[in-house]
Design a protein around this ligand. Structure first.
Ligand code: SF4
Length: 329
């Protein structure tokens, strides 16, 4: 059995190359013939990704073609009455998705003159498009080299690496493994592998294209829940000035999330006043109560980043959570 390496390099460079080649060759030969894979038209890709959120592939197949027949272009969708869009969505459930899709179509038509954004960051500005969906559309429709992480990809990465990767680490590892020349196919191949071979129960390792590179080769042993979680309180400064926020970069040699950006941690809070808000955050065996202080004046040695650029910054999971709660993301 192979010994796992660090999260960022559990496969050597030649192994990564082999992984990509084997996975892509398998995908070409075995991929399911799904209606949204007919071409890479961004409207079709977008629609399929929104429909597939929380919905089984078989149910989406039933509704996808009919929706496209009624609204063949983003212009037609934007011009439609909401009641018609909801009617066409009927049977798929989670109608909020349909309203968001409709709202996003209007933005694309009115603000972008009907031209779809080409990057994941730009897609994320549209209603109903989160990190996974943005990366899926940008990579599949425009070949932007951004990895996706969904439940299937998470399972494959954990089993191949033999590590319980979570949160931001998963995205980092997925991006490292991504095939930069064929990111759209690679992302779909990873999701397909998780859906049809590396299934949650009884993975079909004997037919798996990357079995020789996989540490686990089967289901991972369930982790015994730690008898007791460590509890800790931590304090962070949300330091703002003129539309900018102070962030600190983690050391490049840090074992966890090297080079990523976070808020300055406060070692003392002067013992007066109360934090702006508090949230909970769990990492492996630790439960953190995170207090965020606005007027902290930490003045740590960090960098002032314009708030509108935050979406492009590689933030830690906790920093993202805090900035979302502060409505800055
Ligand atoms: S060898 Fe088995 S566990 Fe490993 S990735 Fe393939 S199907 Fe999953």
């Amino acid at each position: 059995m192979k010994t796992p390496r660090s999260a960022q390099s559990f496969l050597s460079i030649p192994e990564q190359r082999r992984f990509r080649n084997k996975l892509l060759a398998w995908y070409e030969a075995h991929r399911r013939d799904l209606p949204w894979r007919l071409n890479r038209d961004p409207y079709r890709v977008w629609l399929s990704e929104i429909m597939l959120q929380q919905t089984r592939v078989a149910a989406v197949i039933e509704h996808y073609q009919e929706f496209l027949r009624r609204f063949p272009t983003v212009e037609k969708l934007a011009a439609a009455r909401e009641a018609s869009v909801l009617a066409a969505w009927s049977g798929l459930g989670y109608y909020r998705r349909a309203r968001m899709l409709h709202g996003a179509a209007k933005v694309v038509v009115r603000q972008y003159e009907g031209k779809f954004p080409r990057t994941a960051d730009a897609w994320r500005a549209l209603p109903g498009v989160g990190r996974y969906t943005a990366a899926a559309i940008a990579s599949i429709a425009f070949e932007e080299p951004v990895a996706v992480v969904d439940g299937n990809v998470e399972r494959v990465l954990q089993r191949v690496s033999g590590m319980r990767l979570t949160g931001e680490e998963l995205w980092q590892v997925a991006n490292e493994l991504l095939d930069g020349k064929r990111p759209g196919d690679f992302n779909q191949a990873m999701m397909e592998l998780g859906a049809v071979v590396c299934a949650p129960r009884a993975p079909a390792c004997l037919t798996c294209p990357v079995v020789e590179l996989c540490v686990t080769r089967g289901e991972m042993a369930p982790t015994a829940k730690p008898a007791r979680q460590n509890k800790r309180e931590i304090h962070y400064a949300l330091d703002r000035r003129d539309g900018e926020i102070l962030l600190i970069r983690r050391p490049l040699e840090a074992s966890l999330m090297p080079g990523m950006w976070e808020l300055p941690e406060l070692t003392s809070t002067n013992g007066t006043g109360s934090p702006s808000f508090t949230l909970r955050h769990s990492i492996t065996v630790s439960d953190y109560t995170v207090h965020v202080w606005r007027a902290a004046e930490s003045r740590a040695a960090g960098k002032w980043i314009p708030v509108e650029r935050l979406k492009q910054v590689a933030l830690t999971g906790l920093a993202r959570k805090i900035l979302r709660k502060a409505e800055m993301l």
